[in-house]
Design a protein around this ligand. Structure first.
Ligand SMILES: [Zn+2]
Ligand SMILES: [Zn+2]
Length: 263
């Protein structure tokens, strides 16, 4: 399985990083995990056609994870998609999708259809399926399992285990260090875990993970390779990896936009 990091930042405006988005090429699918701000722009830079995406899994509805969802649907529709885009996310995903395409973008969609060009005749062709903890989606040569993680005060935020070709990777989305991740990611070949810095007593740590704690979770899962993502603009590689190394001594990588990994 090949993994392209399209966005490795957080909500902060950051000249070096887009917001959360990871493309996984596995089996017959091109699976996009999150669709954060600048995702479509990063695809253009990496020469990935939005129309090639077959499935999109959203972890939760914070804007740094869904800002480019409408652009993904509309750009792929306008430029060559001939298949149904299957979209998965926690409860609320259907309502968000309906609001976007039945209200926010209805003038755009109607205007493009009115041109009666072959590209846009079919309609936007999106199927949204809401997932809860433990839900499994599978296709030819791949399988995704959703796990509910701890991202207070978001009611349901999901992490995703992706399996294919005999390999397993887990993407946490946004989470505090939690047993759900320790269990769902046990023994994975690759753990992609969020990591953020706040003052020690900050309430943000009810929903996010300090890099020292990320290292501890990684050690407990016994993953072979830890990638730290969802990074703030001022985060330095030296501090991030030193902090994670407090508990984890195997391979570690600070995620960067346009990074590719093969598992
Ligand atoms: Zn986030
Ligand atoms: Zn979030």
């Amino acid at each position: 399985m090949e993994i392209c990091f399209l966005g490795t930042g957080a909500p902060y405006p950051d000249p070096q990083r887009g917001s959360s988005a990871i493309l996984v090429d596995v089996g017959s699918a091109k699976i996009l995990l999150d669709c954060g701000r600048a995702c479509i722009q990063q695809m253009a830079r990496m020469r990935i056609a939005p129309a090639a995406i077959t499935h999109c899994f959203l972890t939760h509805a914070h804007y740094d994870h869904v800002a480019d969802y409408a652009p993904l649907v509309l750009t792929s529709w306008r430029f060559g998609r001939r298949h149904t885009l299957r979209v998965y996310g926690p409860p609320g995903t259907q309502a968000m999708s309906e609001a976007l395409f039945n209200e926010v973008y209805k003038i755009d969609i109607a205007a493009r259809k009115a041109l009666q060009k072959e590209d846009t005749e079919r309609g936007i062709d999106v199927q949204v399926i809401e997932l809860g903890d433990g839900a499994v989606v599978e296709g030819e040569g791949w399988r995704v399992r959703a796990t509910q993680v701890e991202h207070w005060p978001i009611p349901i935020s999901l992490g995703f285990l992706v399996e294919g070709n005999g390999k397993r990777m887990f993407f946490t989305g946004d989470t505090s260090p939690c047993d759900a991740v320790r269990e769902a990611a046990a023994g994975v070949d690759l753990l992609i875990h969020e990591a953020m810095y706040f003052p020690p007593d900050s309430g943000h740590y009810r929903g996010h993970s300090h890099p020292v704690d990320v290292g501890e979770v990684a050690r407990q899962t016994e993953t072979k390779h830890l990638v730290l993502t969802h990074l703030q603009p001022e985060t330095t590689m030296e501090k991030l990896l030193n902090d994670a190394a407090t508990h984890f001594t195997r391979r570690m990588t600070m995620a960067s936009d346009q990074m590719r990994l093969v598992v």
